[in-house]
Design a protein around this ligand. Structure first.
Ligand code: PAJ
Length: 301
């Protein structure tokens, strides 16, 4: 766990305006400092902190952003009730020694005159893109704005949102961004549940049921370990394990190629097994990374 801020910790500088953020980033670049950037929507947990720690290994200064981005939420989604815990988040960032917190207002990021969006074709249309129309356009647009403002050398994302990370890497490459995209492992609770700001919505009973996603992926891991390569067979067992849990409604389970995010018939090269499910009213996602290792495959949860 992270420690709380101590009085001796240097305060994190909170930046609200784009002009000031640009100025700070420009000065850091002029001094040839290696700027690392960790975008978040706040309600920080150990998953977010793992990205910050990874950034701190090779970058200084590190800029974390907290911005609950309205354009990536659908009209019936949880934008209004999304957890906002700014003071606690700031204390956590201070405890970690993060230099800058970029926390712009909605008006600062999207003035009334705002008209532009960017979207990545094909990769953003399936899976999360199908379940949440417009979501990835909102994500890529805000991340591109951050990249333009901060111009980081490295930007850190979680494999928890594997499709998001893949789409952002595509965008950064296509648009010749200098930001190198670093994808970090999934941080999980002891019982396997992937940390997520949305876990806060779960009742006690839902919290227990929510491990179904991990358990399904863990069953898949065991099947892969014992030599199953056929995607349909792997998914049947994954779904059987998830379905055994009351209160969990599967939205999708797929095994996709890690580059194209198109379904595979049989394991090859690098794949993801992706799951999305509703636990009560809370939508959760999780995945396993499946990598070829000689003749066999290794699954990382
Ligand atoms: P948010 O959900 O706050 O997540 C911020 C970053 O933390 C993302 O890169 C996400 O993949 C990573 N993350 C979340 N849970 C994690 C876990 N359990 N282990 C490791 N990393 C984890 O993703 C977003 O915000 C937004 O879409 C954003 C990129 C900030 C654009 O608005």
């Amino acid at each position: 766990m992270c420690r709380c801020a101590l009085p001796s910790d240097p305060p994190v500088e909170t930046i609200h305006t784009i002009a000031w953020m640009k100025q700070v980033a420009r000065e850091a670049r002029a001094k040839e400092r290696i700027l690392g950037f960790v975008p978040t929507m706040g309600a920080l947990h150990e998953g977010h902190l793992s990205l910050i720690r990874e950034a701190q290994k090779g970058c200084s200064p590190v800029v974390a952003s907290i911005f609950v981005n309205p354009t990536q939420f659908g009209p019936t989604e949880d934008f209004q009730k999304y957890p906002r815990t700014l003071e606690a988040d700031r204390a956590v960032l201070e405890g970690l020694g993060v230099e800058y917190l970029f926390h712009p207002s909605r008006e600062e990021m999207y003035p009334n005159s705002f008209r532009t969006s960017v979207s990545v074709e094909a990769l953003g249309e399936r899976l999360e893109g199908r379940s949440r129309p417009g979501h990835f356009r909102g994500v890529t647009t805000v991340v591109l704005k951050f990249f333009e403002i901060i111009q980081p050398r490295f930007a850190f994302f979680g494999r928890k949102d594997a499709q998001q990370a893949r789409i952002i890497r595509q965008m950064a490459g296509d648009l010749n961004s200098d930001a190198q995209i670093v994808v970090c492992p999934i941080v999980r609770e002891q019982d396997g549940l992937a940390l997520s700001s949305r876990n806060a919505y779960l009742s006690e009973a839902e919290r227990r049921a929510a491990t179904a996603l991990y358990e399904g992926l863990d069953a898949l891991r065991k099947d892969v370990d014992s030599g199953t390569l056929d995607a349909a067979r792997l998914l049947t067992e994954l779904r059987r394990v998830m379905d055994a849990r009351a209160g969990v409604a599967i939205e999708y389970t797929e095994i996709v190629d890690a580059e194209t995010f198109e379904p595979v018939v049989s394991l090859r090269r690098t794949c993801y097994a992706l799951v999305a499910a509703l636990v009560g009213k809370t939508r959760l996602i999780d995945n396993a990374l499946i990598e070829q290792d000689g003749e066999s495959f290794r699954v990382t949860l």
